[in-house]
Ligand binder design. Structure first.
Ligand code: 5GP
Ligand code: MN
Length: 359
C-alpha cells in the first residue's frame, strides 16, 4: 500500500500485455468461465467499465459470465437502469474458481474484499485500471495511469477483441467516463476523451437523460440529509499549510433519520469541495461505530494521496480516501497532521507529480 507515492508511476500497458490479455480471453474454451470484479462500493467507472466489458464479452459469445463486487450486493440507485445489470451476482454467489478473473478500477487487492481469493484460484487474472497507485497485483496488467477512466482501457481492449460498440456497451462506458471526468470538467478531459465520448454518443445514447439519471436525481430525503450534513461543515483557513481545509461528517444516524442508504453520500464531497476558501476538502462517512470512510479532494495545491496513503488508504493526487478509526475529532486531527506533513514535503518540491486526480 505504501507504494502509491514512493514508487515511480507505472507505465502504459505494453504490446505484450495487450496481446496477453487478448489471448487469455480468446483462448478460453467455449465453456470457459469468466468472473468480472470491480471495487467495493462501486462508482460509475467501476460498474460501467465492468458491465460494458461484460456486454462486449457476451457479443463475443462468452456464455459462462458473471459480474460482481465485494460487500453488500445492493446497486446504488443511480445505476439501477445501467445496461448489463443482469450479469451481476452477489459476491456470495460468485464462481469460486473461475478460469479467468478480470478486475476493473481496482488499485489494490484490499479493494476486492472477500473476493481477493479468486485471484489465486483463477486460471488467469487481467487487471484493467488507471490508478497510478496500482500495486500491480494479478497476472496481466492493463494499467494506464494517463487514462481518464478505466473505461478508456476497456474501450481499447474491446477494439483489440474486435467487438464493435453498441448502445448498451456505449451507455456503460459513457457513464464511467462522465463519472471519472466530473462530467468532462476535470483537467484530464483531453481531446482523446472527447473523441471517445463522440464514438459512444454516435451509437445513439442520450447524454441528457443519462446525466439526469446518474448525477441530478436524488430522493427528497437525500436533499434534507445534505442540508443537515452541509450545515455542520467546518472551514479552517489555516489548514493544509494555509491553503485551507474544509470538512464535514455524516453519521449512520443521519442516514437513518432521513431513510437513506450510505451511497447517497457519495456525491456529498462535490458540494463541500466547491468552498472557495479551501484547497482541501474532506468528508467523513460513518461505516460503523468508530469507523469512517473518508473522501479527500484537492483543487491542485495538495497531494491528498500522500495523506490517504499515510493513513492506510490510497487514490490519486487530487482525489483520495482511507478508512479512519475513532471519534470524528481524532480522525480529523490525523488528517490535519498528515496534511501539514504533505504540504511541508510539497514545499520541498518532491511531491508525486504524475497523477491526474481522477477517482
Ligand atoms: P472517493 O472519495 O470517491 O471514495 O475515492 C476517491 C479515490 O480515492 C478512489 O478512486 C480511490 O482510488 C481512492 N480511495 C478511496 N477510499 C479508499 C480506501 O479506503 N483505500 C484505498 N486504497 N483507496 C481509496
Ligand atoms: Mn476510475
Amino acid at each position: 500500500m505504501l507504494a502509491a507515492v514512493s514508487q515511480p508511476a507505472p507505465e502504459q500497458p505494453t504490446e505484450a500485455e495487450w496481446a496477453a490479455a487478448v489471448s487469455a480471453i480468446t483462448r478460453l474454451p467455449a465453456d470457459g468461465r469468466i468472473l468480472l470484479i470491480c471495487h467495493v462500493n462501486p462508482d460509475g467507472d467501476a460498474l460501467g467499465s465492468m458491465l460494458g466489458f461484460g456486454l462486449g464479452l457476451r457479443r463475443l459469445g462468452v456464455r459462462q459470465l458473471q459480474a460482481t463486487f465485494p460487500g453488500r450486493p445492493e446497486v446504488p440507485e443511480p445505476f439501477r437502469e445501467m445496461p448489463g445489470l443482469d450479469l451481476l451476482v452477489p459476491a456470495t454467489a460468485a464462481d469460486p474458481d473461475p478460469d479467468l478473473v478480470i478486475c476493473f478500477d481496482v488499485a489494490a487487492v484490499s479493494r476486492l474484499g472477500d473476493l481477493a481469493d479468486r485471484l489465486d484460484r483463477a486460471g488467469a487474472a487481467i487487471v484493467l485500471d488507471h490508478h497510478a497507485s496500482n500495486t500491480r497485483f494479478g497476472g496481466i496488467h492493463l494499467v494506464d495511469p494517463d487514462a481518464a477512466a478505466t473505461s478508456v482501457v476497456v474501450e481499447k481492449l474491446l477494439v483489440r477483441l474486435g467487438v464493435p460498440l453498441d448502445a448498451g456497451i456505449a451507455e456503460c462506458l459513457y457513464i464511467a467516463l462522465a463519472t471519472d471526468t466530473g462530467s468532462f470538467r476535470f483537467d484530464m478531459t483531453t481531446p482523446a476523451v472527447h473523441e471517445m465520448a463522440a464514438r459512444l454518443l454516435a451509437t445513439g445514447i442520450r447524454p441528457g437523460e443519462i446525466s439526469r439519471r446518474i448525477f441530478d436525481t436524488r430522493p427528497f430525503g437525500a436533499v434534507r440529509l445534505y442540508g443537515d450534513v452541509l450545515g455542520r461543515t467546518q472551514l479552517e483557513p489555516s489548514g493544509a499549510g494555509g491553503l485551507g481545509l474544509v470538512w464535514t461528517y455524516a453519521t449512520l444516524e443521519d442516514l437513518s433519520r432521513h431513510g437513506q442508504r450510505p451511497y447517497t453520500l457519495e456525491p456529498l464531497i462535490d458540494s463541500v469541495r466547491c468552498t472557495a476558501e479551501a484547497d482541501v476538502s474532506c468528508v467523513l462517512k460513518q461505516v460503523a461505530e468508530g469507523e469512517w470512510a473518508v473522501s479527500m479532494r484537492s483543487k491542485g495545491g495538495t497531494d491528498v494521496s500522500r495523506v490517504a496513503v499515510a493513513l492506510g488508504g490510497g487514490g490519486h493526487r487530487l482525489a483520495a480516501g482511507f478508512t479512519g478509526y475513532g471519534p470524528v475529532s481524532e480522525v480529523v486531527d490525523a488528517i490535519r497532521s498528515e496534511l501539514d506533513r504533505a504540504t511541508a514535503v510539497a514545499g520541498r518540491g518532491d511531491a508525486a507529480g504524475r497523477d491526474q486526480g481522477q477517482p
